[in-house]
Design a protein. Structure first.
Length: 390
């Protein structure tokens, strides 16, 4: 019965995502060479040379154990801790780094480590489309809290009202996919105060799962505040799939801030959970290459230029468009109420985007900036033609 309930809750959480990829025109036409594909954060150009060179160097074995079983390798942990100390100005320690197969696995591991059946986990809407399903798969109950519609900032009053004695954690994704919002330091500090008071009131810590997948993809020179700077009971969860635009190479980590209480115990819990989640450790090759991969990054300035081209181009056509502070994504309001219908209209013009309903923003659609420059220029007339049909 418990398994069936989890499966049902998981299916409900991912139903809009599955509907789009199983029933939309995109499924039938996504391989056509002349379309403009803005659906997912997939690469549409050749990989970064630095990534290819790092993997080429790493593939050459240096000892008999080069491709043996790996978990969180000391060299990987040390490289990440050193980077975080410089980047975040907090004294992260190597033993507090748990290597994972991307942020997807990192979130799953932390949820499975924290959540008992019936525990509640808050997530902010609009969300990444797998949060609700992952909470259900861990046996938890997902509690949705909508962000403020005027700013896409966290609604702190609504979060406070959603906390109950069964609340175990809250997922915070900044910069947010899909809105591109970076939550300000003042917001995160206030959230920390709310969670600290609630933890004391209910008698157990409420943890933050800080999904920082896009924390290096920041526009206009903005600062990036992390919840780890304000709240000790925070798991920093990161993936290299976005920074390097290699989503098929599953590499990431969970980092415990030096201020987290009972870190030694939590390390052991995370290790055991990684094993029984399905050995959620990155493979040997990726870890051997990690020091070089940590130093690489896609061209954020180029991404910003693509953002500016898309935003300005669509606004000139009459679309209401967000100007994201980070991430790969631009959100535009559909000129008709039914975003699914408008997505199909765009498809008739060889432009493919994700319906906003998939990310709990009905009436919008999401545009991925990982499209290459030629694809963007090819797609803009399609956006204009679809608008003219409205």
């Amino acid at each position: 019965m418990i398994v069936a309930q989890r499966v049902t809750a998981f299916q409900q959480g991912v139903e809009p995502f599955l509907k789009f990829f199983n029933e939309s025109t995109y499924r039938r036409r996504h391989l056509e060479p002349d379309i403009a594909d803005f659906v997912l954060g997939n690469p549409h150009e050749m990989p970064l040379p630095a990534v290819v060179e790092a993997l080429q160097r790493a593939v050459v074995p240096q000892n008999k154990d080069w491709f043996a079983y790996k978990n969180s390798e000391p060299a990987s942990q040390a490289a990440i801790a050193a980077s975080l100390r410089q980047w975040r100005q907090l004294p992260f320690e190597a033993e507090d780094i748990s290597m994972t197969t991307g942020a997807f696995a990192g979130i799953a591991v932390v949820l499975n480590a924290l959540v008992d059946p019936g525990d509640e986990v808050i997530f902010n809407s609009p969300p990444w489309f797998f949060y609700e399903g992952l909470i259900a798969a861990a046996g938890g109950i997902a509690r949705r809290v909508k962000v403020r519609q005027d700013t896409f900032d966290l609604d702190l009053d609504a979060i406070q009202a959603a906390i109950t004695p069964r609340t175990r954690a809250i997922i915070v994704n900044s910069p947010n996919n899909p809105t591109g919002r970076i939550y300000p330091a003042a917001t995160l500090k206030a959230l920390a105060e709310i969670l600290d008071a609630a933890s004391n009131r209910i008698g157990h810590p409420i943890y933050i799962l800080s999904d920082e997948a896009y924390s290096r993809i920041i526009y206009d020179g903005r600062p990036y505040p992390s919840p780890t700077a304000f709240y000790p009971n925070t798991f920093l969860i990161y993936t290299y799939g976005k920074t390097l635009l290699i989503p098929g190479q599953r590499l990431g980590y969970i980092a415990l801030p030096p201020t987290m209480p009972d870190r030694a115990t939590m390390r052991q819990v995370l290790f055991a959970t990684q094993v029984f989640t399905g050995y959620a450790f990155p493979n040997a090759l990726l870890q051997h290459a990690l020091a070089d991969l940590e130093a690489a990054c896609l061209d954020v300035a180029h991404l910003q230029r693509k953002r500016d081209r898309v935003v300005s181009g669509l606004r000139e056509m009459g679309y209401e468009v967000t100007n994201p502070e980070g991430t790969f994504y631009v959100m535009a309001r559909s000129p008709i109420p039914d975003d699914w219908a408008f997505i199909e209209r765009l498809a008739e013009n060889k432009v493919f985007c994700l319906p906003g309903s998939v990310v709990e923003l009905p009436g919008y659609f999401r545009i991925s900036l990982t499209a290459n420059d030629a694809m963007i220029e090819r797609g803009l007339p399609g956006f204009k033609a679809a608008m003219a049909q409205s």
